[in-house]
Design a protein around this ligand. Sequence first.
Ligand code: FES
Length: 136
Amino acid sequence: MASLQNVRSFVTLVTIAGSRSFSTNLMPRSDLVPLCKTADVAPGSVKRADAPGFPPLAVFNLAGSFYVTDDTCTHGQASLSEGYVEESQVECPWHGGRFCLRTGQPLAFPAVEPIRDYPDTIVGDEVCISEPPSES
Ligand code: FES
């Protein structure tokens, strides 16, 4: 019989192996922070989310796969959750910089610095991310 630790290790391995969002009905992990309900973000759209210890975040739904990134554009202070989602990219509403939602990498000038991309997990009907590492 698998222990909870073994199940968590398996979940981690599956996540590392390439599944961007991972769905589970297992017991919630204590290090996960819920951001929003999956139903709050329609396919092809984005929702801003705030969580203690994190900068403003943006939750994207790309055909049922969820991505969590920084909400603030690295070129200025625009909110990317007010931008335009197209395929796997978001276009900044201020100057048209674009970012890849799978990697956070900039794809179009004037954006030249990447946005942070956070691994996410779907627990039940919630999009969650891990708690930020403690400052030491
Ligand atoms: S603020 Fe986003 S491209 Fe300028």
